[in-house]
Ligand binder design. Structure first.
Ligand code: AMP
Length: 111
């Protein structure tokens, strides 16, 4: 079954897209935990960072580059959190590789 993110990539579901290239898409999180809460997503369906195969590790570099660019654009480049969940115990709910970019408020209170 297609993940929610695949449906967004294929334009079967709406989303607030803030970046897109041939391999990465970034959207605003529908349930933001901070004033800036973006999701940086691989177009290729990889369940999590734990399942990345050798040939796809370069995508992590691309995602980091997109994070830098978006942090500047959203004016949080002086302080933000970039995180990815792995598996249900971590709180992962969508099994399609993505990084959360969180910023715009004091993140220390988030734990
Ligand atoms: P995770 O728990 O790490 O798998 O993160 C999934 C994130 O996707 C959560 O922060 C959700 O709020 C977010 N989310 C779920 N559905 C959508 C959607 N349709 N558009 C944007 N973000 C979504």
């Amino acid at each position: 079954m297609a993940t929610i993110f695949e449906k967004i990539i294929n334009r079967q579901l709406p989303a607030n897209i803030v970046y897109e290239d041939n391999e990465i898409i970034a959207i605003k999180d529908i349930n933001p935990k901070a004033p800036v809460h973006l999701l940086i997503i691989t177009k290729k369906v990889i369940p999590s960072i734990q399942e990345i195969k050798e040939e796809d590790f370069y995508l992590l570099g691309k995602m980091a580059k997109v994070a830098q660019k978006l942090a500047k654009e959203f004016k949080v480049d002086k302080g933000y959190r970039l995180l990815t969940n792995v598996g249900t115990p971590s709180g992962q709910t969508i099994f399609h590789l993505h990084f959360h970019l969180l910023g715009g408020r004091d993140l220390l209170s988030m734990g």
